[in-house]
Design a protein around this ligand. Sequence first.
Ligand code: FE
Ligand code: FE
Length: 315
Amino acid sequence: MIPLEADWDRAPSLVDGAMSVELTPQQANLRYWLSSVPQGTLLGRPDGHDPALTVPEFMRSPGPLRDALIAEYAFRSVAEEKATRALSYLVAIAPDTDTMEFYATQVLDEARHAMVFRNHLLSLGVLAENLWQAIEKFAGADVHAVLDPLEELGLEVMRDDADFLGGVVMMTIIIEGALAPAAELSERKWRPLDPAAAEIDRGAGIDEIRHLTVGAAVAKQYLEAHPGEKDRVLELIGRGMHLWTVLPVHDLVLRREVLFQRGLEQHAHVVGDYEIWPGRRLVDTTPEERAATADEWSTEMKASRLTYIGLEDAL
Ligand code: FE
Ligand code: FE
């Protein structure tokens, strides 16, 4: 039996799931992952989507829509690869078997995300021999401006300081927590235009429910056992949140949405009356509205996770 939160058809959305599902590392160990993920969520979807779904021709032709998806997936592929490498330090310093197994599975999840985003660039017509050049061209500047500083802070905590709790909180609250809502937005907006991409996002979103909820449970349990570390972790969250205020994330998201908007206008007939969320047609939304909605989700999710962990003082 595949648990509800990992079932392709029955799992909640990422934003709902991250705020409603409760999952601990004792439950979500290696055995859980083997039966729920490779033999559950991903069964029959080796590339992250139903193999019968092909990319529509208009997504492969030059234009703002294709540019928007290439820029987005190039950026996210690099983000996932950086996460994979950084998280391996948490495997090394995990204090017990359950958390070690959970982070080992998360390392594989993130490596898979990097792979499916990267490979989808090939489906969009990027040539394999130009893949890394294309990633640098479409996302290099954003990677250097946004991801490199986040990676640096993450590695300082997880690799240099070998700080397990700090690393867990860094990933759950600061890094993944802040990037996750953009992933949900992506799934919703690409659904009518590139259904294969939407499925890639759906699969990554289901994994992300697990990463955020188990990560929060790991931090909560650890903090209950080591209450003396609370102030130190609050300070670290403060550093992370400050970093977000100085990184040009808002610009990046808005630029992405503006490009998407130009493509959306060209292909409005394909999107038709599709609703991005209940009662709101995608074709009626604006870049600002979509970016602001993802921002709202981010704030809500962060507050709910911090409260669950017992770190509401950070708010
Ligand atoms: Fe991921
Ligand atoms: Fe993740």
